[in-house]
Design a protein. Structure first.
Length: 608
């Protein structure tokens, strides 16, 4: 059966039909002594196999307390972890659970074969043309007050609720003894005899990816336990992380293959009924007897009928440095199951060491600028003081030197290396420079990247809106924005996203008195900006005006944007300039041609 359908199976191989899948599920249910889905074909088959099944059921009864290897590791941890908890405890993992040993069983069993839907107060499942659709009661959840950590293991962070070990023990005991209605299996829900089972699913999520010649792939092991009514959660988890097979079989025992195991085990128990438990019944103290942290975390009560966590959803985790983590989830929100697996992967990665946890990552960011329609190298840009001649001496084997005095990359022909005095002009669509052999120019094309000796990269690009083109420049050395570890929602993905959504394109709004606005533009155009810096600048050459061809549009925008290096007086003046005036200045700068006789705002006046 396992070879015919499931994750990783060749899709070209003939798969079994729905009836045979149902027979396989019924055989497993009957072998465990549970009611099965009643149809005529299955009844005839199981009647023939009755003696064999009776023998198997008797063996299962005798070995009912026997656990799989992963189950033993988790049970051993719990026995030791809770050894110092006083009072009688009845905490044993279920040994007679229905093992979801094959990918797809959970989905098949989430609805009765002769029905197209299954509904409870927790979940609604529907059979559709594309497969099975699950709608849990809650499809959105907050994280506030949800994460609880049992004391006695690793330190409890301040943003998590610290739970006494005795309370965790009582919650765990209740989680392993769910009410009968929660044990009901949807697969047999429409018949008189219903299967009431515990389900188990083993995962082997990867913690250390394989690096050829360096390290083998390593995974941890996680055992999910859930009452039958919550089988849709296991279907969801399995569809993301796969199915590691039957945990009872030796070939699936992680400890027998230590080269591919991190040595860490996890367990996740779904127990939605725990939200009805009272604080007093869980051994939490009265408010007057509670510590300051217990009062802060709500781990105490004033009224005997107060519910744990105010009756809201929660996750509680017990873990220590031994490498075993057990989590109880008191909700059927699918996201909690997925994120718990990712959390346990992070736990394993941090204990294993020399590997980054699941959420690590980032981006290599290069500062880039809008250069307008014309550009030449600005001495304020990062520079390595190298000339084109020195670049060809150092890296000449990487490029083909052209007669005009520029280079073309041998591996990437669309990369061109140009001299440090190159000028870029969108209107003429040229890149021009001067050397000892005279004036030279090449075509400025959007398919090419132009690299200056400093590594500064120039490209011709079309604006986001409209039909206009402009020049963009990017520095040679980027900034590594790296987060070696974080949690879900920590912002890792944000630093990898484009900021184009934050850039606004549209029309410029002018006031009713355009003449007054243009006068203000003229006034700013003539302003002396040399005293704007807190630390006076010793200019090596005459300061550039706004309309200077050696000043880019990006430089003008920076000039008119408040900054820490500017004096308070200058920043206050910038804030007093209306944005519409700045927009007009940017338009004048971007559209201005040196061959025009008019300058500044007079361009607009001459065409009114």
């Amino acid at each position: 059966m396992r070879k015919t359908f499931g994750a990783g199976i060749d899709t070209k191989t003939r798969t079994v039909n729905k009836k045979k899948k149902i027979q396989y599920i019924n055989l497993k249910l009957a072998a465990l002594g549970y009611p099965y889905y009643e149809d005529e074909r299955t009844a005839q088959f199981l009647e023939i196999a009755s003696p064999l099944l009776d023998n198997y059921k008797e063996q299962s009864r005798i070995l009912s307390s026997h656990l799989s290897p992963i189950g033993k590791r988790i049970q051993t941890f719990l026995n030791d972890y809770l050894a110092d908890v006083s009072g009688e405890k009845n905490i044993s993992l279920p040994g007679n659970s229905f093992v979801l040993d094959t990918h797809g069983l959970a989905r098949m069993m989430s609805i009765s074969p002769n029905k197209d839907s299954y509904e409870t107060d927790m979940v609604r499942s529907y059979r559709t043309a594309q497969g099975i659709l699950h709608n849990p009661k809650h499809d959105k959840r907050t994280t506030k007050g949800v994460f609880h950590v049992a004391e006695g293991g690793l330190p409890v962070p301040n943003d998590k609720k610290a739970v006494p070990k005795q309370t965790f023990a009582k919650l765990l005991e209740a989680a392993l003894a769910p009410p009968i209605d929660l044990m009901e299996l949807p697969f047999t829900s429409d018949q008189e005899e219903k299967a009431e089972v515990f389900l188990s699913l083993m995962l082997r999520p990867v913690v250390v990816p394989e690096v050829a010649g360096v390290t083998k792939e390593k995974a941890m092991e996680i055992l999910f336990l859930a009452p039958g009514n919550l089988i849709s959660n296991l279907d969801f988890v399995e569809s993301i992380f796969g199915n590691a097979g039957d945990p009872n079989l030796p070939e699936n025992d992680a400890a027998l293959d230590p080269e591919t195991w991190t040595g860490h085990s996890g367990c996740v128990i779904l127990a939605t009924h725990l939200i009805h438990m009272k604080k007093k019944d869980l051994g939490l103290p009265h408010y007057d007897d509670a510590t300051e942290r217990q009062r802060l975390d709500g781990m105490c009560w004033r009224d005997e009928n107060e519910l744990y966590n105010d009756g809201g959803a929660f996750k509680i985790t017990a873990r220590d440095e031994r490498g075993v983590v057990v989590t109880i989830i008191a909700d059927n929100y699918f996201g909690y199951c997925k994120k718990e697996v990712k959390t346990q992967i992070s736990y394993s990665a941090n204990l294993y060491g020399l590997c980054e946890e699941e959420h690590a990552g980032g981006a290599l960011a290069f500062q880039s600028y809008d250069l307008g329609e014309r550009f030449m190298l600005d001495d304020r840009l990062p520079d390595n003081n190298l000339t084109f001649k020195e670049i060809t001496r150092l890296y000449g084997d990487m490029m083909d030197i052209q007669p005009e005095g520029y280079g073309q990359d041998k591996n990437y022909p669309n990369i061109l290396y140009v001299p440090e005095n190159a000028e870029f002009n969108i209107y003429e669509q040229t890149v021009s420079w001067t050397n000892g052999k005279g004036n030279h120019s090449i075509k400025l094309l959007p398919t090419k990247y132009y690299i200056l000796p400093s590594g500064y990269r120039i490209q011709m690009r079309k604006r986001m809106n409209g039909h206009h083109w402009h020049l963009t420049g990017a520095v040679a050395e980027g900034t590594l924005c790296h987060k070696p570890c974080t949690v879900s929602g920590g912002g890792k993905s944000e630093i990898s996203k484009s900021i184009r959504d934050a850039m606004i394109q549209g029309s410029v709004i002018v006031s009713d008195d355009l003449q007054k606005d243009l006068d203000m533009v003229d006034e700013i155009m003539q302003k002396d900006f040399t005293h704007r810096f807190k630390i006076p600048v010793d200019y090596k050459r005459p300061p550039r005006s706004i309309m200077d061809t050696n000043r880019s549009l990006g430089s003008v925008i920076k000039l008119l944007t408040p900054a820490n290096e500017y004096t308070d007086e200058y920043n206050d003046w910038l804030k007093s300039v209306p944005q519409r005036i700045k927009d007009l200045i940017y338009i004048v700068k971007r559209r201005y041609h040196t061959e025009w006789t008019n300058t500044g705002a007079s361009i607009f006046r001459s065409t009114r």
